[in-house]
Every structure is written in C-alpha cells, then in structure tokens.
Design a protein around this ligand. Structure first.
Ligand code: 2IT
Length: 447
C-alpha cells in the first residue's frame, strides 16, 4: 500500500469511529496528512499500522461533578480526563474550565499535546482534562467548592508518575492551589509533582506563569532570524488577554516590539504606539476579576475599543493568536495576507482553521503551529516536575535559560524535518513530534 492511500484510509476510519467530533477529526486530519512524505520514505510505519494505533486515546475518563452554589442549589457539571498517549512519560497536559469543553475538545487537545510534549524532548506523555464549568462571575467559594468536587473524582486517576495535570483556559494559580490542597488531603501525602503551575511557596516553578508566552516569543525570534529581521519595533497583533497573551505581551514589549492589539470575544483594543509595561501588567488584574471585560480595560486606560471585530484587520508585522481553537478563519487569513504580515505564530492550541493555514502556506507566509511554538508552557511544567523530584527550586534565570534552549531546539528540529522532507515548518514539526512517539510505541511493543 502507498503512503497516501494508507493515510487516507486511517483518516476515514477516524471519521467513522469518532463521528461528530469535528475538532478531533480536524486535528487528526492535519497531522496525518502532513506525514505523507515521511511515511512514503519510511514504509515500516505502514507495516506497523502505526497511524491507526496512534490516533486511539489510551484512556478516556468522564465523570460527574456536583457542587453547591452560593444559593445552596446543587449544580452539576461534567468532568473529563483524556490520557492520550503515555509512552514517553506520565500523561501531561492542562485542565480547561470553559463552557466549550466536551469529549471532542478534550480528545483534540490531548492528541495535540502528545506531539507537543514529544517536541519538548522531555519525558512527558500527552493528556488533557477539564470541565464545562464556566468560572466567569463565580464567587471564590463557588470555585473552591467546584475544584474540590472535581478532585474528589480526579484524584484516583492522577499521580506524579501517572498523570500530571496543570492549568489551561479558566484554570490558573488559584484553582491549582485548591486542586493541590484537596488532593493532598485525599491522599494524606505530599505528592508535590502531581500537578504543575503551583505557587512558588508549595513547589511551583519560577517562570511557569510566563513560560508559554515567553516561549512563543523566543520561537518568533527564531522565525525572524530566518528572514533576517528582529523583533525591535515590530507591530504585533495579539488576540485574547489570558495567561498566554499576557506572557507574549510582556516578553515582546521587553524586547522592544509593540503590542498593538489584545482582544476578547466581542471586540478588541487598538494601541498604535504599543501597550506600556503597566498596561501589560494590568492584564493580570483583568483576568483575575471575571466581572470585568476588555471594554473596562479600554475605558480605564482611555484606549480605542473596536466592538464586534477581530484584531486581524489591522496592518501589523506579526500575528499571534493566543485565545482558542479555530478563532482565525479563512476570511481573517485573507485580511492578514492583504496586510502583508511577515509572520503568523500560533500561541493558542489550533487557533487557525485548516483553510487559513493553507492560505498562509501557499503564499509562503512563515507560519508556526501552536504545538511547536507554545510548548514552552508544558516544558516548564516538566521542569517543575524535575524540581519537585529533587525537592529543590531553581532560580528564574536558570529556568528561563533552559526554556530558551528548549524553544530553540524545537525550532531546529521542526526546521530540520521540514528541510529533509521538503515541507513547511508546521509539517516538519508534526513529523518531528510524531517520529519520537511512533518509534517509542514500536520499541515498547505492546502499544
Ligand atoms: O496547552 C498546554 O500546553 C497547557 N495548557 C499546559 C500544559 C501543562 O501541563 O503545563
């Protein structure tokens, strides 16, 4: 059988087996298709039937999360943990609390996480979890009660050598604190490495909050180097205003770039001269006060707010989507193309639709996928696990230097594969991430 035919067949099987799970199918189709030239030259993967094996999650856990709201009413949400692939290490990946969370999004995120984690070069498998719980406008006590109920079920599935969650959309330091505190009581033991993104006081890593955004910025620097440019004075459009957006804004601003947009679902702010350091720091306040919106932020600093539009309509040098899957579609990509943007670098997980990516690549706009560019977050999570195992904490400088090296290495690996198989950087990243997982599955025989 030829590679193309084998890949097509594998994708068809995924579509039948995972009917209706559109985002998962989208992610699988993107990864598998990009492997064509690699599998053509390495037919042993066809013999091993590796594709059909690699798209099947090892374990999918769905559970009930009842919790009491401030009016004494019992609410019910659904909890998830998908342990996608564990050949490289304990399952690792964040927890997302967001109304869009369902089995489909959990499967796509844990599938992507598997290859991302492989790219970091660190010993972590791929997983993801979360709940359709919406933390917006919930009181602190409600959030605590929800986290405790969520952990009442999750704790039996996780452990420092088993499965290690962290934060994602809707889950930051506060929630991680409640989750870890409750896990510790349930287990009666201080298993410090069971979760990452912890506060520094109880085993968290320096630079973990900044890591995703810093890592993205280091990755962008490598992409810029390749076209003979630097980040100084570059205009950067960012979407979202959460943890990832904040880290990108902080590092880009520090290095002399200009963040000209940040956004929310219904609009964005435009700052032609670039956000100030004070404005970037205030994003943290905004994020932790869910009753506030970006419109309030615009009003506080007297900034231009454009309702009902996306930041991609602006003429900028660099586009960095930092919000959520499929936020940047073909129409947005057309605007980006018309604006002669130099680089598109994903910071969220799969923010560009397949049609948008196709347009960038066919027009030779350097484009990097989230699974390569945003891997700095999970990489520092893995460094947090290392520190917990040592019962020791590194300085910010030590962690940042390691993060920087890891991001350069991911860029190199992706680039090397893209040159070897004559494909785009994004496809090179898929090949590099896939190869290590696939080879390890074969080595371990039974996976
Ligand atoms: O998407 C991601 O890589 C994360 N949310 C971070 C996962 C982690 O385990 O730190």
């Amino acid at each position: 059988m030829k590679a193309e035919e084998y890949i097509k067949e594998a994708i068809e099987k995924v579509k039948v087996k995972n009917k209706g799970e559109e985002t998962f199918i989208q992610a699988v189709e993107e990864v598998l298709t990009s492997l064509t030239p690699f599998i053509e030259q390495n037919p042993q993967y066809i013999e091993n039937n590796i594709l059909e094996r690699i798209v099947e999650p090892e374990r999918q856990i769905i559970f009930k999360v009842p919790w009491e709201d401030d009016n004494g009413k019992i609410q019910v949400n659904r909890g998830f943990r998908v342990e996608f692939n564990g050949v490289l290490g304990p399952y690792k990946g964040g927890l997302r609390f967001h109304p869009s969370v369902a089995l489909d999004s959990m499967k796509f995120l844990s599938f992507e996480q598997t290859f991302k984690n492989s790219l970091t070069g660190l010993p972590i498998g791929g997983g993801k979890g979360g709940s359709d719980f919406n933390p917006i406008n919930k009181s602190d006590r409600e959030i605590k009660r929800f986290c405790e109920s969520f952990m009442n079920e999750l704790y039996r599935h996780i452990g420092p050598d088993k499965d290690v969650p962290a934060g994602d959309i809707g889950v930051s330091g506060k929630e991680i604190g409640y989750l870890f505190g409750h896990y510790r009581r349930l287990k009666g033991a201080y298993e410090n490495g069971v979760i990452t993104g912890k506060g520094f006081n109880y085993g968290g890593s320096r630079i973990r909050p900044e890591a995703t955004g810093y890592g993205v910025t280091y990755f962008v620097q490598e992409m810029l180097k390749d076209i003979g440019e630097t980040i100084v004075d570059k205009k950067v459009a960012v979407s979202g205003y959460g943890n990832v957006a904040w880290g990108v804004c902080k590092k880009v601003t520090e290095l002399g770039g200009k963040i000209v947009t940040i956004s929310e679902k219904d609009g964005y702010i435009y700052v032609p001269e670039g956000l100030t350091e004070e404005q970037v720091e205030y994003m943290l306040y905004l994020r932790s006060h869910t009753e506030l919106t970006l419109k309030d932020y615009a009003d506080k600093f007297n900034l231009e707010y454009i309702a009902g539009k996306k930041p991609w309509e602006r003429k900028v040098d660099i586009v960095i989507p930092c919000a959520i899957q499929n936020e940047l579609n073909l129409d947005d990509a057309k605007e980006i193309l018309a604006n002669q943007v130099k680089i598109v670098c994903e910071a969220a997980n799969m923010p560009c639709t397949p049609e948008a990516i196709e347009l960038f690549e066919s027009n030779n706009i350097p484009y990097a996928p989230g699974k390569a560019a945003n891997a700095g977050g999970v990489a520092v999570s893995a460094l947090e696990m290392s520190q917990n195992s040592m019962r020791y904490q590194w300085t910010a400088e030590e962690v940042d230097a390691k993060l920087h090296e890891i991001m350069k290495d991911i860029y190199e690996k992706s680039k090397e594969m893209s040159e070897k198989y004559n494909v785009s950087l994004a496809k090179g990243a898929n090949i590099a991430g896939f190869k290590k997982v696939a080879d390890t599955m074969i080595m371990q025989g039974n996976y």
